[in-house]
Design a protein around this ligand. Structure first.
Ligand code: CA
Length: 429
């Protein structure tokens, strides 16, 4: 039974933001950035709510964290504080549980979402990108090694690399086509704009409380270190990548830009959509003890993921974007908890606001490839509805990622959108 809010738009079955979601974001207020939650087609200003005493039940530390300009302080407080705040906000926005006075005060703190300029919600210290989808790793591996697509370490540990946090941008920011060195088919090495620009459909997790350097995070405590999830587009220049990636892995092919969605969906909101992970097959190596969960609750999440593409010509003639990927987070080989535990397993300190991304999320079926590179296993470029063909992204193309969890009789928990449009080559300075 869905919860009813006095914010009418939150009761619409199609909204991404029902009362059960309450994702966190930051918007540009008159006096600077302010923390908000999304509810229907409105955003609720938590700084204002704290000043009005509406969050007092959640405790002084929570009130103070809600007055900050970014989510990091709230992230650092941990799961009990998040639960208290979420409980308080649920009551405040609930159709029957909010008192008349509370409702009047909260009403004054609502802003139409369409009028709000959203900002990066988190001061992201470090960004790590994993490779947790076995379907992605297998398809990409087949392009280079048809006989042994997966490298020998894949089923033993979550593969990752250190990304670049300075170039993480919010959804809606234009992406400049990167330039770099590439090696042509005839062996010539040149420098110039990438001719193989791709997107990667990923989910990111934000670290809440961190760990001290030299300590580790036990697998069954790992989810207590996850504040929430967002959408990530890890833009990739495949031609730069092919030439530079050996021996140390991706570098300039990835570091020029990464887009994230403005909303951070609390892990607690996704609890009803958990399911057992089914990706480890008979014959796979046994999980090492430090990665083996002993909790009884399922470790995967049933979250539908989609990517849509529109070209400049399509938009000019009023065409809808074309859906080019339809996948699900449940298909990851490694769980979110395993990513966190493995990251800290050498004593590396994670900090509140660090972003860990899953890597491209792809499924087993045709159509679930989370990037254009993978579509090449069928040797077919994407054919857009107006007849344009795409092997990789052209200038003016826009990619929009979306995600939602939904089950019969349950609300739709949406992630909002992560959009980016390709501009021309980066300007020389
Ligand atoms: Ca990636």
């Amino acid at each position: 039974m869905a919860l009813r809010s006095w914010v009418n738009s939150a009761n619409n079955a199609q909204t991404d933001f029902p009362l059960e979601n309450l994702p966190y974001g930051v918007f540009e207020g008159e006096g600077g950035p302010r923390i908000v939650v999304a509810i229907g087609d409105r955003i609720l200003d938590l700084h204002g709510c704290a000043d009005d005493g509406l969050l007092a039940d959640a405790g002084e530390e929570v009130e103070e964290a809600c007055r900050a300009a970014r989510l990091n302080a709230l992230m650092a407080l941990g799961a009990d504080a998040w639960h208290a705040l979420r409980g308080r906000l649920t009551a405040l926005l609930h159709a029957e549980r909010a008192s008349k006075v509370e409702r009047q005060h909260a009403q004054a703190k609502l802003i139409p979402m369409k009028n709000a300029r959203m900002l990066l919600p988190v001061e992201i210290g470090d960004y790590t990108d994993f490779y947790a989808s076995i379907h992605h790793a297998t398809r990409v591996g087949k392009l280079f090694r048809p006989d042994s697509p997966l490298l020998p370490n894949y089923k033993y540990l979550p593969i990752g690399y250190h990304g670049r946090s300075s170039s993480i941008v919010l959804s809606g920011t234009e992406i400049h086509r990167p330039a770099g060195q590439t090696k042509s088919a005839n062996g010539e090495i040149t420098y110039g704009p990438s001719q193989a620009l791709d997107f990667e459909l990923e989910v990111g997790l934000f670290i809440g409380p961190g760990n001290a350097q030299g300590t580790t995070i036990g697998i069954d405590a790992a989810e207590e270190h996850i504040f929430g999830l967002c959408l990530v587009n890890d833009w990739s220049a495949r031609d730069l990548q092919a030439w530079e990636y050996q021996p140390l892995g991706p570098f300039l092919a990835k570091s020029f830009a990464t887009s994230i969605s403005p909303w951070v969906v609390p892990l607690e909101a996704l609890a009803p959509y958990r399911l057992s992970t089914d990706q480890r097959a008979a014959g796979d190596p046994e999980l090492m003890t430090y990665l083996r969960s002993r909790t009884s609750h399922p470790q995967a999440f049933d979250v539908t993921l989609e990517a849509r593409l529109s070209s400049r010509a399509m938009r000019a003639s009023g065409m809808e974007p074309m859906r080019i990927c339809h996948g699900n987070l449940r298909h990851l080989y490694w769980t979110l908890a395993q990513l966190v535990t493995h990251h800290a397993s050498n004593g590396c300190n994670l900090r509140p606001g660090d972003l860990l991304a899953t890597g491209t999320v792809s499924g087993p079926e045709d159509g679930s490839e989370g990037c254009l590179l993978e579509k090449r296993h069928r040797n077919e470029p994407v054919c857009l509805p107006n007849g344009e063909m795409r092997a990789f992204l052209e200038d003016g193309d826009e990619v929009v990622l979306t995600a939602y969890a939904h089950r019969d009789g349950m609300p739709r928990i949406g992630f909002g959108a992560c959009a980016g449009r390709i501009g021309g080559a980066a300007d020389a300075e």
